[in-house]
Design a protein around this ligand. Sequence first.
Ligand SMILES: Cc1ncc(COP(=O)(O)O)c(C=O)c1O
Length: 372
Amino acid sequence: MEIAPFQTEQFFARYEFNTPWQLCNSDCETVSVAELLDLAGVPLGRLGRQRLSYSESRGATELREAIASGYRTVQPDEAVVLGAPVEGIYLLARALIEPGDEVVVLTPAYDALVNLFEHVAGTDRVRRWRLRPSGGTWTLDLDELRSLLTPATRLLVVNFPHNPTGYLPTPDWQRQLVALTEEFGLTLFADEMYFGLVHSGTPPIPSMADAHGSAVVLSGLSKTHGLPGLRCGWLVARDPDLRARLMNWKYYTSICAPVLTEYLAVAALKARDTLTRRNLERIERNLAVADAFFARWPDRFEWRRPVAGSTALVGFDVPSVAALSERLAREEGVLIQSAAMLGSDDRHMRIGLGRDGFAEALGRFEDWLQRQ
Ligand SMILES: Cc1ncc(COP(=O)(O)O)c(C=O)c1O
């Protein structure tokens, strides 16, 4: 059965490792293994003694304990460690969706959050709930969500902090969303890959794992902690039957996480506060650079400042960001991403604010703008 092209990953496969100035990465700045272990107070030498066996399929106990300690109400047995964060979306789609089920997904979105559900449920059974621009910010309308629900709706897929807009609900709005999913008996799947990246001035919200007794939550170390190379992710799933089905699918996809990943993930979770704080500081610095840049180019860009996460969705007054991005990558070594591939449109681009090279890359981009 066909599946839609994974446009974001195809784009990054073409350009991520050969384009020097990158403006659109969703992950935050990374660290070396030595620096990570140092931050966690774990001697580097111990890594060399790790045995390269299989690991426990649902995740090493020590890692699941460390994961659970990051939530208020989650028990170690309720976490399923993944082979990679993106795998969790596939496992959930496979384990949950039955023929005839309908799904509502937030859009724009990271491709997998839409395409995998369309693949499993059928394209005509996935409805899109749109984040809409409203003045200088983004909003989501609960009445619009209600209008998308039918008796067949089984699952609601959300992602907060949101990639790409940087939207985060208020605590009150989050409570209203939880109440609505309970009223309609929906399973709530919350992608929280950017959890903890809450910009100054924005009220934080609890994880959906703590706010909603039966939500399924995806999280991991790729974005907030800047460790995408670990490929460490997990699902929190309270329902033991659903967990058993997730595990059965996982035996077909990865069986268990790599032991070295689990070892380093335990260290990363010891250092999580430092890693998160440093990346938030980077994002705040880059946001100040972005504010100044967009203030200089008010006619070319529509800047809606994100309130959370490491990305922003920016209107760009060109006929096609996709066409321009190919040219800019080849001719200027500057990488921008069209938001069309995220379900927005080709006159918006995603920018990534979590990397140290952001200001320099934006400078290169501005040089090009000035030459036009
Ligand atoms: C919202 C969201 N969910 C899941 C993922 C997948 O994370 P990973 O690439 O680490 O598997 C991404 C990656 O960009 C993402 O943005």
